[in-house]
Design a protein around this ligand. Structure first.
Ligand SMILES: Nc1ncnc2c1ncn2[C@@H]1O[C@H](COP(=O)(O)OP(=O)(O)OP(=O)(O)O)[C@@H](O)[C@H]1O
Ligand SMILES: [Mg+2]
Length: 228
């Protein structure tokens, strides 16, 4: 059995193909993300980190190349299969929390589970245990607007992991926070990743945060290269 949790092979992506302003963002991205491995993705602004993460997270499609998650090749699969796989196997975290404003922290984490057929009791238990893990259990009944930026992001991590995905993709998850908060919130994210046994690909501009992961890859000229 292979221990590769997510395999990206030969991904290419060009925006505005054939038009003025055409941008070749990805020119052949290959990555084997192993089970339980956390990989940092670094690159200057505009190099294509978000593009790559969206394709890996099945939120966008590449021009060519393939995405394989947990041994299942997603290339060419219909929308329904992609959506199901995304819901089940992939957690996504953005720079901004994107929590639903009219629901409490707890509800934001139970709702995706209910949509997946989990019972209300089990969903709440899972949500509380996740919130506890990242140190915001006492804020469970607050709406996002009543939470600090760091707390909002911690809740967003819990929501991304609510349905026990195997892969976590994060796009500058602490990029909106001040350096000290960013450090603490990042620690909480890494603790979750490790304890849940996730494979993670995390984009960051912060080399110190990158150094806390298992290895670092730089997106350079549309391809991934190891950073020593
Ligand atoms: N929908 C789109 N249409 C046209 N060009 C796009 C589109 N989305 C992204 N681009 C371009 O593709 C390039 C890569 O963008 P992307 O957002 O992936 O970079 P990034 O590495 O995430 O940058 P940042 O660090 O600023 O978030 C940029 O030049 C961007 O302008
Ligand atoms: Mg980006």
């Amino acid at each position: 059995m292979s221990d590769v949790m997510m395999r990206l092979a030969g991904l290419t992506k060009t925006y505005l193909k054939g038009k003025p302003g055409e941008v070749q963002v990805l020119r052949g991205v290959d990555l084997d993300l192993r089970a339980g491995e956390a990989v940092a993705l670094v690159a200057p602004s505009g190099a294509g980190k978000s593009t790559l993460l969206h394709i890996a997270g099945l939120l966008d499609t590449p021009d060519t190349g393939s995405v394989e998650i947990a041994g299942q090749n997603v290339t060419g699969k219909g929308d329904r299969t992609r959506t199901a796989l995304r819901r089940q196997d992939v957690g996504f975290v953005y720079q901004f929390h994107h929590l639903l404003p009219e629901f409490t922290a707890l509800e934001n984490i139970t709702l995706p589970q209910l949509a997946n057929g989990v019972s209300e009791k089990a969903a709440q238990e899972r949500a509380m245990s996740l919130l506890d893990h990242v140190g915001v259990a006492a804020r469970a009944d607050h709406r996002p607007a009543a939470l600090s930026g760091g707390e909002q992001q911690r809740v967003a991590f819990c929501r991304a992991l609510a349905n026990k995905p195997r892969v976590l993709l994060a796009d500058e998850p602490t990029g909106n926070l001040d350096p000290e908060t960013s450090d603490q919130v990042f620690d909480a994210l890494m603790a979750l990743v490790r304890d849940e046994g996730l494979s993670a690909l995390i984009a960051t501009h912060n080399m110190q945060l990158a150094a806390r992961m298992d290895r670092t890859l730089r997106l350079d000229g549309g391809a991934l290269r190891p950073v020593e």
